[in-house]
Design a protein around this ligand. Sequence first.
Ligand code: MTE
Length: 313
Amino acid sequence: MLIKIPKGWEIPEREATPESVYLNRRQWLQAAGFLGAQGLLAAATESKSPYPAKRNPEFAKGDHPITEEWAATGYNNFYEFDPNNKEAVKDKVGAFVTSPWTIEVTGLVNKKKTLDVEELVRTLPLEERVYRFRCVEAWSMTVPWTGFPMSELIKLCDPKPNAKYVRWTTVNRPDQMPGIKQANWYPWPYFEALRLDEAMNPLAMIVTGLYGKPLPKQNGAPIRVITPWKYGYKSAKSIVKIEFTSGQPETFWHKLQPLEYGFYSNVNPHKPHPRWSQAFDKIIPRMERVPTPMYNGYEKWVGGLYKGDPDKI
Ligand code: MTE
């Protein structure tokens, strides 16, 4: 697998131009009458954007430098768009419509309801957290996610006392997502789940943004799950349904390959995948090899969830 490192002249203008210069250009254009009513409206909307959100000091940096934005948004596992080529996903998301977007809340809840994602973004306090992100395939990144604690969403859903698990379902739109037709043997839509106490853990996040901007389509726009102590496939993208259950739900990769992908899927360097070691990860994009820490470095937050039950690692 080859990752392209952009040449100096390929960096986007906002990275090449200091923000003050960029803003001055906008003010200048405005004064010169180049930005009509529409431009002014766009500028007003821009100023109300919740991005970039304030970084949570507890998660201000990972133990490795933040991955370059072009790499984290250009190397994606999103099988609904391309099941074979991670670098092609970003080029296949053009037809994917991510606004408006609603999420159905169902199963063991006091009242079934529909949540509007734009309203969630407007009303919940967004924050940025830098997390390590480790794929089961042994590559890793360090990513600044924007979103809110998953516990806030669970509280809004108001589960009944007998709810013990939360199950996510991803959108299923074969006409906008070419990978669904290309790999029609997969049990679409993608579905994942967590135990309810895992979902309530302060580390679990619902993400709507990346690198201080709304989530790009290839990274799961407009809303996805992030659980940094688990392998990346637990982090369902572009979710449209949240369901609460009393029994442990089936998950997409477990259904396909039960001996390779368990329900818990916590990052564990001592438990090799049947086909490769999990002791090291390779950092995208330059593939430096570093030891993988237990629970991806988050034992302090989540170790207590699995105490005394080594099978659940
Ligand atoms: N969600 C959906 N709907 N479809 C997918 O194929 N891939 C998973 C996860 N969520 C996947 C998904 C896997 S295997 C990984 S590693 C991460 O998304 C990748 O997220 P990223 O592209 O933002 O790095």
